[in-house]
Design a protein around this ligand. Sequence first.
Ligand code: ADE
Length: 226
Amino acid sequence: MRLDVLTLFPEVFTNVLEHSMLRIAKEKGLVQYHLFNIRDYADNRRCVDDRPYGGGPGMVMKPEPVFQAVEAVEAEVGMRPKKILLTPQGSRFSQSVAGMLAAEPYLMLICGHYEGFDERIRMGLDVMEISIGDYVLSGGEIPAMVVIDAVVRLIPGVLGDIDSAKNESFFEGLLEHPQYTRPAEFRGMKVPDVLMSGHHQKIKEWQKIHAIKKTAENRPDLVNKP
Ligand code: ADE
């Protein structure tokens, strides 16, 4: 997968992309990251934002630098990416959206800053708008990192164990069951006997029951889903 990020703050991505799973994915040759500064594509005094028509607080991202950045990158690469705009007005990101995006050969994430994007960016660029949750962040950079992390780990071959993602939360609509490792007893808290019994069928049953229990306690909205 090729993954491009268009942002006013490319530096904030470098550290995240250089560690853990995102780095391993790159080293395995399964993903390439490319960062572009939208400001480099703005002509008039590198200005990327302006006051909103109709008044109101804050500044709005101008359309020209974003269009110019997208078009220049597309022309350079010679391929059409699936374009994603990170905004609080987008449709909600989820594990299933991450799974869909993991099958794309080329993603382009466009991060806004300030009060938001000029509407013509949405209208003219054929973008999918994604929000990572019902709260407003100061820019699309942290949401883009969330999307990148969730997507890249689902690219086939990135996780060592093919089944790893299958045991995780949200697979089959449930949160993951509780996990334990050594020691068998810590500060008076014991690992449930069944997990140390070696009885695979019983362990599976315990895990299923506790996945349902945890989901009912923490996320009743998931349990009641049709
Ligand atoms: N930009 C600002 N807030 C956001 C959010 N919640 N999701 C995605 N992009 C955003």
